[in-house]
Structure formats: structure tokens, C-alpha cells
Design a protein around this ligand. Structure first.
Ligand SMILES: Cc1cc2nc3c(=O)[nH]c(=O)nc-3n(C[C@H](O)[C@H](O)[C@H](O)COP(=O)(O)OP(=O)(O)OC[C@H]3O[C@@H](n4cnc5c(N)ncnc54)[C@H](O)[C@@H]3O)c2cc1C
Length: 476
């Protein structure tokens, strides 16, 4: 007889493993199917985020920042160091150690919450009165389990360019780019999105000469235009060579590396020679061999599983969350959907306000925002007021030598309700949390303007930006 569970989750990325834990906390019997293997062939929990995404990229961003600071900026503090050297294999080992700690941590959480990890590939085989049947195969004996409720959390994988084979050595997607065994002299990046900018920054800080080729004519089109403009200025200053509006032609491997033919935004044919290439042109939802048709489901034309506002598919008791469904491909969005769906299965009525999901790009300075951009609000015909405060006028930012950027706030012109907060600054990923809380509570600018902020701290800029909207910033 097949094993039965109240909830079976397919995929143990941040969406799936969090959904499994919340369902278990609510007293359900839970299994989670996961097949991820690391390069050593070991099965691992944590999905893209922990294995080849958020966590390893932030580890390398931190290492490369330390290197660049030691090599270029310690002198500003009167500290002289000479002979700053990089040991790439040690840097990669540190990153791998962090990944190992985190993925092992989820194994512990699964044991603690009595979640069964079914190792292998999950595939729907049918449904009946008892529930949905899912076959688990690929690791040992194939088994079929029955689930009263299913949460599909199969995530996404890197999109590749047709005709450009990724070997993750010379031509890499995120997986290879997190494991280059040496610093390329010349690195080409196709795609100026979040992943391209973060990974391009890592290798630039370590000494690579980085050229980024982007098909879209606009830089960081999803961001507020003021932020995108400031980011372009900062990245140029740092030496990231970004070309917009290009059309990629033939990509060839050569004796020395890779050659990329492209047409620039003026229509001229160009050729870029590089030691290595990172292809970061977005991600594709994972629904390969999932057997969706066996339960009457199909992916849409872009590969996503269609769901309603509460992550329910059209099949009763089958939900889908995270990168495999609409919305931003962000780990915290996947996690929040995981919690919400587990609670819905439990009969609760949770709600996610997608307008309050923050976006972050972990470059230097970091870029983060929540709510709407000025251009979105103007297109909607909203009457708004805006204000900005520079990090340069903040004592803490000057003290830590990271005074680039600003905070911009947008509010409704009449009610003062905060509609968008846009930060380009050191630690923007942490600063934005205050704005998320404020927007979740439907706060007005006046609320942030009246809250006592610690001094000296970067967070004072949040208050000053709120005051700046009504032209009453105190330190400017
Ligand atoms: C380089 C990089 C950096 C990133 N940095 C950030 C960041 O800083 N912040 C942020 O919010 N987001 C970041 N992201 C995005 C983030 O990783 C994803 O949004 C997040 O991992 C999505 O979570 P998920 O649970 O939906 O899917 P995933 O994390 O992709 O996990 C899905 C899991 O399902 C498994 N699976 C798939 N199909 C099956 C099947 N049929 N049977 C069994 N198992 C299956 C896969 O093996 C995988 O482990 C980054 C991504 C990349 C690539």
C-alpha cells in the first residue's frame, strides 16, 4: 500500500522546505521530495537558493568586497597593507562550507519537525478519492506516495541561449560562475539583470575586466529611474563596462577563451573576446517530467504553473509556489507563499500583499525597493509627492566610508500614505525592512518622520528622506 501524507511538497528550496516546516508545525504529516545533488554527488536540501543562488553568491560578494577593500580602500583609513593576495580555492572552500552548514541545517529541521525526505524525482501519476499519487524515482527503489494536499515548489533553472552550450567552465550560468577556479582576466556577461550584476561585481572586485552585454535598451528597467541612473553611474565608476540595446550574434569558443559577436545599439557589428562568459538572461520554471497532465494540469506558454492569488491551481488541494509560479523570482517571496499555503491547507486565511515584497540587488552600493516606482505611479495617474536624501549627508555613512547613493520616498500627495521606497546605499537590504513594515501597516511618511532612529546610523537617512518629501529634512 502506498504511503499516505496530509501534505507532500515537491522541491526543497526556500519555498518548499519552509512550506514543509510550517505544515508540520500545524500538525500535518508531511513529506518533501527532493533530488538535488551537489558536484560531489551528495543529495542536498535547500534548492537553488542555498546551493547555487542567494547564499553562495552572497558569500562570494562578501569575500570579494573584503579583497577590494584590503587592496584599494584601507589606505583611506591610514592603514597600509602590501602584497594583498587572493587564494581562490580557499575563497570557494569558505563559500562551500557555508552552503554545507545551511543545507545540513535544513536536514536537522526536517528531523526536528518529523518531515520525511523522499529522495529522488517526483512525478504525478494520477489522483483518486484518497488523494494525489506521486511517484518518487531515481534513488534506490521507486515508490508511489499518496497526498491529501500537494505543494509544487520545483523552482527554476538558468535560461540558456540557443546554440550557446554552457559547460560551466568557459561558458557558465550561475552554477559555474559561482565556482570559477581562477579570476578571468577578461570576463563577458550576457544579461545585466540581478544575477549578472552580482556575479559580474564579484569577479570585477577580484580583478577581472568585466563587460556586460544587455539586450534591453534600458538599464534596470524594473527599478525606479532615479535608482537605475545612480546605479549606472556607480557601476561605471567601478569599472563595469555595460552595453545596452545589443543583439547577441554568434558565440564561439577560441584557443584563448570565448568570442562573442554582437550588434551594438547603433547597429554596428562588434566582437568581444573574453577568457570566460557568464550567461545570465533569466530563469525558466522547472516542470520537466513532472507529470502535470496526469492530474489535469498544464504549464502556461511561459512555462509557469497557473495559480490564483492564493497559490491554488485549478486542481483542488494542489498548490504551487515560488519560482514555478507568477511573480518575482525571489527566495523570500517563495518562503512567504510556502507559509501561506501551509496555513490555507490548515483552514486559515493568510494573505500576501505582493506590493510589499521587497526587491534587492546585492551590488555595492546595494539596491533595494518596495512598493511602486515613480514611473509606475505616474503611468497610473496617481498624484504623488517625492523626496530624496543623500547618504553623503549621513555621519555614519561617511564614517564607514560608504557614502554613495540615496533614499527616495514616494507618497500619495493628499493622504501622505507611503507608496514606494527606493534605496541605493550600503546595507540597503537591511534598510528596506523598515519601509516594508511601514507599508504593511499602511503608514504615512509622517509616521517614519516621527519615529526615533538611532544616531549615528544609516537608518537616519530613511527618516530624513521621509521628511525631505515635505521639504523639512533636518540635515540638508
Ligand atoms: C545566483 C543567484 C542568486 C540569487 N540571489 C538571490 C537573493 O539574494 N535573494 C533572493 O531573494 N533570491 C535570490 N535568487 C533567487 C532564489 O534563489 C529563488 O527565487 C529561490 O530559490 C526560489 O525558491 P523555490 O523554492 O521556488 O525554488 P528552488 O530554490 O529553485 O528549489 C526548487 C527545488 O525543487 C527541486 N525539484 C525540481 N523538480 C523536482 C522534481 N520533479 N522532483 C524533486 N525535486 C524537484 C530542485 O532540485 C530544487 O532543489 C538568486 C538566484 C540565483 C541563481
Amino acid at each position: 500500500m502506498s504511503k499516505e501524507f496530509d501534505v507532500v511538497v515537491i522541491g526543497a528550496g526556500p519555498g518548499g522546505y519552509i512550506a514543509a516546516i510550517r505544515a508540520a508545525q500545524l500538525g500535518k504529516t508531511v513529506a518533501c521530495i527532493e533530488k538535488w545533488k551537489n558536484p560531489a554527488g551528495q543529495l542536498k536540501l535547500g534548492g537553488t537558493c542555498l546551493n547555487v543562488g542567494c547564499i553562495p553568491s552572497k558569500a562570494l560578494l562578501a569575500s570579494s568586497e573584503e579583497f577590494e577593500n584590503a587592496a584599494k580602500h584601507l589606505g583611506d583609513h591610514g592603514i597600509s597593507v602590501s602584497d594583498v593576495k587572493l587564494d581562490v580555492s580557499k575563497m570557494l572552500a569558505r563559500k562551500d562550507g557555508i552552503v554545507e552548514k545551511m543545507t545540513k541545517g535544513i536536514e536537522f529541521l526536517f528531523r526536528k519537525n518529523k518531515i520525511a525526505w523522499l529522495k529522488g524525482h517526483g512525478k504525478f501519476t494520477g489522483k483518486n478519492a484518497a488523494g494525489v499519487q506521486i511517484e518518487v524515482s531515481g534513488e534506490g527503489e521507486t515508490e508511489v506516495v499518496t497526498a491529501k494536499n500537494v505543494i509544487i515548489a520545483t523552482g527554476s533553472k538558468a535560461r540558456h541561449l540557443p546554440g550557446i552550450p554552457v559547460d560551466n567552465k568557459l561558458i557558465a550560468d550561475n552554477e559555474g560562475a559561482l565556482s570559477f577556479d581562477s579570476v578571468p582576466k577578461k570576463l563577458a556577461v550576457i544579461g545585466a539583470g540581478v544575477i549578472g550584476l552580482e556575479l559580474g561585481s564579484v569577479w570585477r572586485r577580484l580583478g577581472a575586466d568585466v563587460t556586460v552585454l544587455e539586450a534591453l535598451p534600458q538599464f534596470l528597467g524594473a527599478a525606479d529611474e532615479a535608482l537605475a541612473k545612480e546605479a549606472a553611474k556607480q557601476f561605471k565608476k567601478q569599472g563595469l563596462d555595460i552595453h545596452l540595446g545589443v543583439k547577441i550574434g554568434e558565440v564561439k569558443t577560441t584557443a584563448n577563451g570565448v568570442s562573442i559577436a554582437y550588434t551594438d545599439n547603433a547597429g554596428n557589428a562588434q566582437e568581444l573576446e573574453a577568457d570566460r562568459l557568464i550567461v545570465s538572461i533569466g530563469r525558466v520554471p522547472n516542470t520537466d517530467n513532472l507529470g502535470l497532465d496526469a492530474i489535469g494540469l498544464a504549464a502556461d506558454e511561459r512555462g509557469f504553473i497557473p495559480v490564483d492569488d492564493h497559490c491554488a491551481t485549478k486542481v483542488p488541494n494542489v498548490y504551487a509556489i515560488g519560482d514555478v509560479v507568477r511573480g518575482p523570482m525571489l527566495a523570500h517571496k517563495a518562503e512567504d507563499e510556502g507559509v501561506a499555503v501551509a496555513e490555507i491547507i490548515d483552514g486559515q486565511k493568510p494573505h500576501i500583499d505582493y506590493n510589499c515584497v521587497p526587491w534587492v540587488i546585492y551590488t555595492e552600493p546595494e539596491i533595494a525597493w518596495v512598493g511602486k516606482t515613480e514611473q509606475q505611479l505616474k503611468a497610473e495617474g496617481r498624484e504623488i509627492k517625492t523626496g530624496q536624501f543623500p547618504m553623503m549627508a549621513n555621519g555614519r555613512a561617511l564614517g564607514i566610508g560608504r557614502a554613495e547613493g540615496f533614499v527616495k520616498m514616494i507618497a500619495d500627495a493628499k493622504t501622505d500614505e507611503i507608496l514606494g521606497v527606493h534605496v541605493i546605499a550600503a546595507d540597503a537590504s537591511d534598510l528596506i525592512a523598515e519601509a516594508v513594515v511601514a507599508m504593511e501597516f499602511k503608514a504615512a511618511l509622517e509616521d517614519i518622520g516621527r519615529i526615533c532612529h538611532p544616531h549615528p546610523s544609516l537608518s537616519e537617512v530613511m527618516r530624513e528622506a521621509a521628511l525631505a518629501v515635505d521639504k523639512r529634512a533636518l540635515n540638508m
